[in-house]
Design a protein around this ligand. Structure first.
Ligand code: PMP
Length: 299
């Protein structure tokens, strides 16, 4: 399959306050964000013209920046408006939206106090993280890298630097034929996949790890609410890898991954089941509702 490089596409990117032709958005190579990972980003999805949980994503973007010690120079209202504007300008209704905030070029050393903070927002069609594999269930391999202690890395931020171990983990298992990696945390507890949270069904209940060193995903919280609305018991707890053989269903939840059944983790196999199917259907229905309806259901 021919790859369409991300720097050579038609369209508009919102960059530092205005829509800019796609190919002209070229930060200088001596940009702090590139050298020192002083960058935070979001992954959002629009369905039928509405960006699902836009305000939550914008708030997480602002908060991710603050965790890295910088303030994005736009308000939440301005960022929301910019995300909507770039979606419309590209004529898209069902798409992925990627805002990224990064420190600029005024300083290029570990200290970055005088750098300005930039914001770019791009959007493109991206049906699902796992493409055609999604509905038959994805296969996860065991990651070699661990999610770090929250005093070792800014784990509550969607910081670009945290994806370094994600890419290494994912590449590691892709060479063995898996779709994604299941990461443990530094204590050896089950954490998450490289770009999505994970859920298990044990004895008819929905269990998921406590997000104390990785993102408490917006999709994760949405799925927990949908499950409770269905009357399923939801348990956040410490989950150890040796327990996974007893799970009857496993699925991932994330903006890009949506709700994706898991059919294999290393040597263990699973089949999709009624709880995964119910939550997948509920999620698909919810994301296509108007923002007002989503708000009303969440109340
Ligand atoms: N963990 C990681 C590492 C992620 O990249 C993502 C995607 N942002 C998630 C979890 C899920 O977060 P969300 O549901 O907010 O997209």
């Amino acid at each position: 399959m021919a790859i369409l490089p991300f720097d050579d596409r038609d369209g508009q990117i919102w960059w530092d306050g205005k829509l800019t032709p796609w190919r002209d958005v070229r930060p200088h190579v001596l940009t702090h964000g590139l050298h020192y990972a002083s960058a935070v980003f979001e992954g959002e999805r629009a369905y039928a013209g509405n960006i699902f949980k836009l305000r939550e994503h914008t708030e997480r973007l602002i908060s991710s920046g603050r965790i890295l010690g910088f303030e994005i120079p736009y308000s939440a209202d301005e960022i929301d408006a910019a995300c909507k504007q770039v979606l419309a300008a590209n004529g898209l209704t069902d798409a992925y939206v990627r805002p990224i905030a990064y420190r600029g070029s005024e300083m290029l050393a570990v200290s970055a106090q005088q750098t300005t903070v930039h914001l770019a927002i791009a959007t493109w069609a991206w049906p699902n993280l796992f493409g055609a594999n999604r509905m038959k269930g994805v296969r996860l391999g065991w990651a070699k890298w661990k999610r770090p202690h929250p005093e070792t890395a800014p784990t509550a931020s969607k910081a670009a630097g945290l994806y370094m171990i994600g890419t290494l983990s994912k590449h590691g298992v892709e060479t063995e034929g898996f779709d994604d990696a299941l990461m443990m945390d530094w204590r050896g507890r089950v954490a998450e996949a490289t770009g999505a949270n994970i859920f298990f069904v044990f004895d008819g209940e929905l269990h998921t790890p406590i997000p104390d060193c990785f993102l408490d995903g917006i999709t994760r919280r949405t799925v927990m609410k949908l499950a409770r609305n269905r009357g399923f018991k939801v348990v956040e707890r410490v989950i150890l890898p040796e327990e996974l053989a007893k799970a009857s269903e496993v699925f991932l939840a994330g903006t890009a991954a949506e709700v994706t059944p898991v059919r294999q983790i290393g040597e263990l196999t699973f089949s999709s089941g009624p709880i995964t199917e119910a939550l997948l259907a509920d999620y698909e229905a919810l994301v296509r509702m108007s923002p007002e309806e989503v708000q009303r259901l969440a109340a």
